[in-house]
Design a protein around this ligand. Structure first.
Ligand SMILES: *Cc1c(COP(=O)(O)O)cnc(C)c1O
Length: 507
């Protein structure tokens, strides 16, 4: 299987060492390591190659010393990074070793597409979505691509619906393009109605020809992440306009959810059915909240309740599912629509005559044609840990997040955002895996992210809130150890505040 057994042995050992090993306990490489690694990069293509051994040694000993510990260390809290479970890591190496192409369903030649379908079906079960109802399912590179798939399907649907109301049946963007389809359907405009969207929703809107300005936020003034239902209705009624509703099921700055319970989702569904609108859910990390069942998580459970009423859902594999990068997923209840959007026409060699319930060739229901077997790490990790294993991992992560939030709430130096005038227990009950906060001292607040990250003990992201800098912890690693990680974080936050006080007193 491998050309160079020694090289692979060394590589396997190095991977194990990365995961369990005795490496320095820092989340970022030092400036010196970065500079050295950068300097080591080979600048021009060698005429005679270095050979496999030398090339791999160069990667391991020089290049990799310039990488951060983003998924290896549970103390990397930047973005929503996730890690990679042991099962997923090993499976991901097998994906490369077997190098299957999952573009066409070829049941007589390989079960690769069946593994993919099974993985997606298990994933539906994990998320309490009935696989029989969610038959258009595919893997993407990440949530951004999955959002683009969602908007492409939504666009196809809402234009066809508008066409049907003026007796132009079967108007298809996939077939005739956006301009012609809009004309046939009698539409002037398509809008995406949402609250607190992730930036990638606008990017996806640009990509599918709707444009970034088609994304309209219609949140309530008092709580911007919640839909203003009367404003929503007014927008849905706009003449000559078709609408896609995008639900932020877990907002990336605060971790808050755009909806709060089945009644609200039923209300949204009814409005959308009345006006021929499509509901897309961006649940990149939030959708995993559906695996929770204990009373401690009622707020979160309600935040992802009723998502089965949506038309399509985006999720990320490389975040809370803790599989390696290059894995998002998309599920939709509209199987036929998938082919209107993604069909490769007139490619006889690609056809595998699909029966009505057969597995559809991935190339006709998703963005790529050729691609790797992204499903294998997902399949491996789901069967290795099961739903109870995933629930336990997520509960550990929430426990740490609430521990951090509780510390910030009671700290004289820091304050939790958004500032909700509620009792502490109520605020803590809303905490999922994200903690947004700032320093009370404005001058410290301006430097806070750099000062925290300079410790290299933890890494966090900077963002802005209410026009001021703010910091964000995103807990998303399966290795999270709530007690140990919390004590490290408390030490870091306390020492940063103390050093700031000391430096102020000196000057
Ligand atoms: C991370 C994230 C995205 C983008 O995901 P990628 O996997 O980076 O493409 C989209 N939406 C939400 C809510 C996210 O948290």
């Amino acid at each position: 299987m491998f050309q160079d057994q020694d090289g692979i042995k060394e590589l396997s050992a190095a991977i194990a060492e990365l995961h369990n090993g005795s490496r320095p306990n820092t989340v970022l490489p030092s400036d010196g390591c970065l500079a050295q690694a950068r300097k080591s990069l080979i600048q021009t293509l060698p005429e005679a190659g270095l050979g496999v051994q030398k090339a791999i040694r160069h990667l391991m000993e020089e290049v990799a010393s310039g990488f951060n510990a983003s998924s290896r260390s549970s103390n990397y809290y930047g973005f929503v990074t996730g890690g990679s479970t042991e099962a997923a890591t090993l499976a991901d190496n097998l994906v490369t070793a077997y190098d299957q192409n999952v573009q066409v369903h070829l049941p007589k030649e390989t079960i690769a597409t069946e593994v993919e379908d099974r993985a997606l079906s298990l994933l539906c079960e994990l998320l309490k979505l009935d696989p029989a109802q969610w038959q258009h399912r595919t893997f993407t590179t990440g949530a951004t691509a999955s959002n683009a798939v969602g908007l492409a399907c939504g666009r196809e649907y809402v234009i066809a619906e508008a066409g049907a109301t003026r007796n132009s049946s079967n108007v298809s963007v996939g077939q005739v393009g956006l301009f012609e389809a809009m004309y046939q359907a009698g539409l002037d405009k398509i809008q995406i109605l949402t609250t607190v969207p992730h930036s990638s929703l606008s990017k996806a809107a640009s990509l599918v020809g709707l444009g970034r300005t088609s994304v309209k936020t219609i949140g309530m003034e008092s709580s911007p992440h919640k839909f203003d239902m009367s404003l929503l209705k007014k927008n849905l009624q706009a003449p000559g306009t078709a609408s896609i509703i995008a639900i932020s099921c877990g907002e990336v700055n605060t971790g808050l959810f755009a909806t709060s319970g089945i009644e609200e989702m039923q209300q949204l569904r009814k409005l959308c059915d009345t006006y021929g609108a499509w509901i897309h859910v961006d649940g990149a990390f939030g959708i995993l909240g559906r695996i929770l069942d204990a009373a401690d998580y009622t707020e979160i459970i309600r935040g992802c309740e009723g998502m089965e009423l949506a038309d399509s859902i985006t999720g990320d594999g490389h975040k809370l599912l803790n599989v390696p990068y290059d894995c998002g997923f998309f599920v939709s209840r509209h199987r036929d629509l998938a082919q209107h959007v993604f069909q490769n026409p007139n490619a006889a060699y690609l056809n595998a005559a699909p029966a009505s319930n057969a597995i559809l060739s991935p190339l006709n229901i998703g963005i790529e044609n050729s691609r790797r077997l992204r499903a294998l790490p997902v399949y491996a990790t789901l069967i290795a840990y099961g739903s109870a294993g995933y629930r336990e991992m997520l509960e550990r992560q929430i426990s740490l997040a609430r521990g951090i939030a509780n510390f910030v709430l009671s700290s004289p130096d820091y304050e939790l955002l958004p500032q909700l005038s509620k009792p502490a227990e109520e605020v803590l009950a809303t905490i999922y895996i994200i903690i947004l906060f700032r320093a009370k001292d404005e001058a410290l607040n301006k430097e806070l992210v750099q000062r925290i990250n300079a410790t290299s003990k933890v890494y966090i992201s900077g963002t802005a809130w209410d026009g001021k800098p703010a910091c964000r912890f995103a807990v998303s690693n399966w290795k999270t150890n709530a007690a140990k990680d919390l004590s490290l974080i408390k030490n870091v936050l306390q020492s940063v505040a103390q050093e700031w006080e000391a430096s102020k007193n000196k000057s």
